[in-house]
Unconditional design. Structure first.
Length: 279
């Protein structure tokens, strides 16, 4: 399937779970009985993709998989939603795909309290560090970190360190709240829309907190919107999103670790394990 532009946009059947303040991708599902929760950002939500990896995982693990991915959201918004809190408490297993660290308020800038991809304001620390950068036209955090990196990569590392610290604290807190097993999903996109801020060592301690870790690299396809469904006005956003083939790879990589963990008895977390994309 090639590009599908200029057509009716894909329906995500938006729903709000009991107590939720956010709209998640549907159709709506009951979070009861034995189920899996997929918690994350836009890559978990799966924009422009008819069946993102949480939907594909249902066929592989034999349990309902609730998609709790949020677009335009960073970790504070995701972790603060009552539906996510319930999933962390009740799910047999949670797949956690942490959104990127630039969507977090930190000592250098503030983000929108609900749409964390929006840049609100710089702090005095940032204006002192980058006095030559005009931020009037900057509205998104991805744009901000690209501009800072392009202005001075060395000074940008000072900001990156603060982002990594804030991000590590948020991910650690989220993992600690889960009562069931957890699988950390690291998606590396070397040609992604934002600069690479995280380093391999930033993930080590967090991986030790999880029951299992799955990491895989995703490179841009040609065309970059293969198999997607989107209106013509969404072309730029679609090019920055994961394709159906990428979601299929993610589901394939996750399934073995999830199947093993779900097959174990008891409610306690098992020791950490790691995995890579078998494809």
């Amino acid at each position: 399937m090639g590009d599908a532009t200029g057509i009716e946009p894909l329906s995500y059947f938006p729903c709000r779970h009991a107590g939720s303040v956010q709209s998640f991708r549907g159709p709506g599902r009951e979070m009861s009985g034995r189920f899996v929760a997929a918690i994350g950002g836009a890559e978990t939500f799966g924009p422009f993709v008819p069946r993102p990896f949480p939907a594909l995982l249902e066929e592989r693990v034999g349990l309902p998989v609730i998609n709790l991915g949020l677009q335009q959201a960073g970790l504070p918004v995701i972790a603060g939603d009552p539906a996510v809190a319930h999933a962390l408490d009740a799910a047999a297993l949670c797949v956690v795909q942490p959104p990127p660290p630039h969507a977090l308020s930190n000592p250098f800038y503030r983000v929108h309290p609900r749409r964390n991809d929006r840049f609100l304001a710089a702090t005095d620390q940032l204006t002192r560090l980058f006095p030559e950068v005009d931020l009037v036209s900057v509205h998104f955090t991805g744009h901000l970190v690209r501009r800072l990196r392009d202005t001075d990569p060395q000074r940008f590392q000072i900001v990156a360190r603060a982002l990594r610290r804030a991000w590590q604290a948020e991910v650690s807190t989220l993992l600690a709240r889960a009562r069931g097993a957890t699988v950390l999903l690291w998606i590396d996109r070397p040609d992604g829309p934002t600069p690479q801020i995280l380093r391999p060592e930033d993930r080590v301690a967090l991986s030790r907190q999880a029951s299992a870790t799955v990491r895989l690299g995703i490179v841009a396809e040609n065309p970059p919107t293969r198999g997607m469904i989107f209106a013509a006005g969404d072309l730029v956003a679609a090019r920055q999103s994961l394709t159906p083939d990428a979601h299929a790879r993610i589901a394939k990589a996750l399934a073995p670790a999830m199947t093993e963990l779900l097959g174990e008895t008891g409610d306690e977390k098992t020791g950490p394990a790691t995995g890579t994309d078998p494809a």
